[in-house]
Ligand binder design. Structure first.
Ligand code: SF4
Ligand code: SF4
Length: 377
């Protein structure tokens, strides 16, 4: 296993982290339960092969992940780093942070959590819940008492907000020590901010290193890039993420022993591309995108649309479909968008505001119809 310095936390972290959101489950009396026998075996195997970072959250696996993880790592708890998360929506009154933390400690069967994350935050949550309710102070106290060892956050918002969170928490005297964010070959939007986080001494962990699983399936991707050389797409995506020197650890939500073996082998060998190969691959991906007949950079200048159409999201599905050849995945994303009540072009007010603001001068209205027609087939 390869290890990296985890920012200024003083920890050394394995390049592969175990994401505990896809534990195997079985159904009994209509209820899903984590299969602890299988999970124990998977966790032991990962540990044996050098994984030392295990990441869970209270709601993963229908609420069963923390307890299953705690059970599985008991024999080697003091040799590993446990990470879990604080769901900010539970913070309604003073003491809620502490109560939630204690319930996680109990489920994990441990007296401390190594990395306790403010979970899935954006600017609104950070300002309106964390700062307003003084949760940073609660975290500082918990750290002082040894209940948590490091204060962390996981993130879903515009990349610039990362800098805001890092800077303001530091200014309040409770600096963030590690960060978990989305990063993969197809979504590099957080790259610059990962570099910023590292420069401020934070450890960085990526979720979705293989594109939330979507790159795991055989695709036309690598063939397009290389003219058919034989590195599997899965391996390519993994190596790309680990090739970024600003990243400390790539989380993978492993579902079975086979995945544990495969991923630990990948993270133990010569994982990284050289800096030059890494850059070439990134550039090649960007170029692929540029050759698209619909080159949307995802800048969001066209937003908000008064009709509520999430234009960059719809165009991004087309990029998956047309540029990366991930047709099934793109269709799935479109179906999910519709299922969640996402607005489509039939609601367009024809105001033209989006097209005036688009730096790529895209014919947005026309293209929305074209993309939707593909997915509605
Ligand atoms: S033209 Fe249609 S898609 Fe564009 S901003 Fe107006 S309502 Fe939205
Ligand atoms: S403004 Fe244009 S390039 Fe930017 S996200 Fe909207 S459609 Fe894409």
């Amino acid at each position: 296993m390869n290890y990296r310095q985890f920012g200024s936390t003083g920890e050394r972290i394995s390049a592969l982290g175990f994401g505990c959101m896809r534990f195997p489950e079985y159904e009994k009396d209509g209820k899903k339960n984590v299969d602890t026998d299988k999970v124990d075996e998977m966790l032991a195997k990962a540990y044996e092969r050098g994984v030392n970072y295990f990441d869970t959250a209270p709601y993963y696996c229908n609420g069963g992940s923390e307890a299953a993880l705690g059970h599985g790592v008991k024999p080697f708890r003091d040799k590993i780093l446990l990470s879990t998360k604080f769901p900010t929506e539970v913070a309604k009154k003073p003491g809620d942070y502490r109560r939630q933390l204690e319930s996680s400690l109990e489920r994990l069967g441990t007296d401390h959590i190594d990395f306790y994350h403010f979970w899935g935050i954006d600017k609104e949550i950070y300002d309106d819940i964390i700062l307003k309710q003084n949760l940073l102070e609660d975290a500082r106290k918990a750290k002082e008492e040894g209940l948590i060892r490091h204060i962390s956050f996981s993130f879903h918002d515009d990349p610039a907000v990362i800098q805001y969170i890092i800077d303001t928490s530091e200014a309040q005297g409770v600096p963030m020590e590690s960060m978990l964010c989305q990063y993969n070959l197809l979504d590099r939007s957080n790259e610059q901010m990962m570099a910023y986080a590292r420069s401020k001494g934070l450890g960085t962990v990526a979720m979705g290193p293989v594109g939330g699983g979507r790159l795991a399936a055989p695709t036309e991707l690598y063939a397009k890039l290389t003219g058919g050389a034989s590195i599997p797409t899965y391996e390519l995506a993994f190596k790309f993420v680990l090739g970024n020197p600003d990243l400390c650890c790539a989380l993978s939500g492993m579902e079975n022993l086979d995945m544990v073996e495969k991923n630990t082998a990948l993270a133990s060998g010569s994982v990284s591309f050289s800096q030059e190969e890494w850059k070439q691959l990134g550039d090649a991906m960007d170029n692929l995108k540029k050759f698209s007949d619909l080159y949307c950079t995802g800048c969001k200048y066209c937003q908000p649309c008064p009709a509520g159409i999430v234009i960059p999201q719809i165009f991004n599905m087309y990029t998956y479909y047309n540029v990366y050849g991930l047709k099934d995945h793109a269709r799935k994303l479109f179906d999910q968008y519709v299922e969640k009540g996402g607005v489509l072009s039939d609601a367009c007010l024809d105001c033209g505001k989006c097209e005036k603001k688009c730096p790529q001068h895209l014919k947005i209205r026309e293209n929305l119809k074209m993309v939707e027609a593909i997915f509605k087939k």
